[in-house]
Structures are given as C-alpha cells and as structure tokens.
Design a protein around this ligand. Structure first.
Ligand SMILES: Nc1ncnc2c1ncn2[C@@H]1O[C@H](COP(=O)(O)OP(=O)(O)OP(=O)(O)O)[C@@H](O)[C@H]1O
Length: 268
C-alpha cells in the first residue's frame, strides 16, 4: 500500500509545486494522474522514488517511510519501486536482454554487474517476462533496432525485473502512436492484476485514463481536485482540472468513443 500524506515539494524559493498532497493506493489498482502541464504530476511520481527530494510530508510504501531514508536503506527501498519512462531510458547499444537484466542491478554485487554474470534465476525470469509481453524473440537484438512500442515493453520488463512493490509510469505512452499507446495501457492494466501490483500512471490523455485505469486523480497547481472512478470523471472534473489552461483539445477529450483518437503526440 502506498500512503502519501501532506506531501509538499518546493523547488528553491518558488511557490510549492505540491501542496500538502494526500493519496492512498491499495492493492493492484491502476491509478492515472491527470493534470495540465506543470500541475506537479512528474514531481509527485519522482518524490515517491526520491529522484526528487520532498520538502516535507510522508510517503509510506507497505509501511516503510521513504522520505527519511538515506544511503543503503534508500537504495534498498528504491529496488521496490519500478519506473517506466516516456523516453524508455534504454541503453541503445545493449541488447534487449542486457537492458532487461539492468533491472536486477540493485540485487547483484559489483562483480556480477560489471561482468554481467547474472544468476540463472534472473535470466529465466527475464525470459518469462519477455515472453509475457511478446518480446522474447528480440532478446539478442540491440535496443535501438526496436520500435517505440517494443522499446516500451523492454522498459516495462526491466521495471518488473526489480520485483517492485509498486510501478510508476511517467507518461509511458506519450512517445507512441495511438494504437501502440492503447496496447501499452492495456498491458500495464493486465500486469497490475496478474502481479497484484499497484500502478500509478501520469498521463495527459484523459480518454485513455478513463478507458484503461480504474481511478483517476486530477491535479491542479499541486493540489488534488479530483479523485474518483472514470465514470464520475465528466465535464465538471475536466473544467476544474483544465479550465482556463491552454491544452491541446484532443488530449483532454473525455468521450469514451474518442479513446482511440485522443492522443495528440506524433508516433516515433
Ligand atoms: N528541477 C526543477 N527545478 C525547478 N522547478 C521545477 C523543476 N522540476 C519541475 N519544476 C517546476 O515544477 C512545476 C511542476 O512540474 P512537473 O514536471 O511536476 O509538472 P507536470 O504536471 O508533470 O507537467 P508535464 O505534464 O508538463 O510533465 C512546473 O512549474 C515546473 O516548472
């Protein structure tokens, strides 16, 4: 269970970007975080794995307070937090398998890491997960020879190799074409249930948030102003979150029938 309480993040002397945010995520729920650009979505996700240092407040993952951890304890806790990125963050010149095994770096010793001598059990798990997401036949291909959707599947498997207790996805579909975006969203949704994993997804595309996640959290200027089921996310919520803020119309269309056309980004 993730329990965020009174989370504040202030960059320098600026006004806080997150203002006493509270959020609890239990079980294997898939939660989307929506909000206009600058609302604080990435900051919130990055506070959870401490890529960004929270200014104050509490973040507990299955009972462990993350905000105060340092050194070894922090590294240990970070292993339990999988992260999937918009730009995939793969090492292009390495193979798919090598990228996937990088998810085990927090578990092996320095010698094993440098010589890439991972335990057999890691390699078996890597194959199982790659099979599951349909990329096992690419195991020996270089990462830069894959399409965007395939690269993101590698990113997902690498995160799962950490045996995470939670998966964070920061705009995981923003670099993908609409059809591939949907496949990745469906994949995250089904993996969450198969692995009993809570998943938090920052996403601009409200139609996809409604179609593929079971809870929507809406941020505006660092405050949570919506927290509910997709069915309850209507025009009122849209206006509250995006009202008066210039945003690409296609991104915030919340009509279910538009879910395959609602991505405003080019495919890569
Ligand atoms: N390292 C930083 N230093 C200073 N200000 C920052 C830093 N990172 C983010 N900010 C500011 O914090 C605010 C929230 O940014 P954040 O990236 O969390 O928003 P977001 O909702 O994820 O936006 P987007 O959808 O565009 O990614 C913005 O005003 C941004 O300029």
């Amino acid at each position: 269970m993730l329990e965020i309480s009174k989370l504040v993040k202030r960059y320098g002397r600026d006004e806080p970007v997150l203002k006493e945010l509270d959020l609890t995520v239990e079980g294997s729920s898939v939660v989307s975080i929506v909000g206009a650009s600058g609302a604080g979505k990435s900051t919130m996700l990055r506070c959870i794995n401490r890529l960004v240092e929270p200014t104050s407040g509490s973040i507990r993952l299955n009972g462990t307070e993350l905000v105060t951890l340092k050194g070894r304890e922090l590294r240990r806790a970070r292993r339990k937090i999988g992260m999937v990125f918009q730009g995939f963050n793969l090492i292009d010149r390495l193979t798919v398998m090598e990228n996937v095994l990088a998810g085990r770096l927090g578990y092996v010793n320095l010698f094993q890491a440098i010589t890439r001598r991972y335990p057999q059990s890691d390699i078996e798990r890597a194959f199982q997960l790659m099979e599951r997401v349909g990329i096992a036949h690419y195991a020996n291909k270089r990462a830069d020879e894959l399409s965007g959707g395939e690269r993101q599947r590698v990113g997902v498997v690498r995160a799962l190799m950490q045996e995470p207790e939670i998966l964070l996805a920061d705009e995981p579909t923003a670099s993908l074409d609409p059809r591939t975006s949907e496949q990745i969203m469906k994949l995250l949704q089904s993996l969450a249930h198969e692995l009993s994993l809570p998943v938090l997804i920052n996403i601009h595309n409200v139609a996809q948030a409604k179609a593929y996640t079971e809870r929507i959290v809406g941020l505006r200027h660092g405050r949570m102003i919506f927290d509910g089921a997709p069915a309850d996310f209507g025009k009122e919520a849209l206006d509250a979150i995006y009202g008066g803020i210039e945003t690409a119309e296609e991104e915030i269309t919340a009509e279910p029938g538009r879910s395959t056309q609602g991505v405003a980004h080019d495919s890569t």
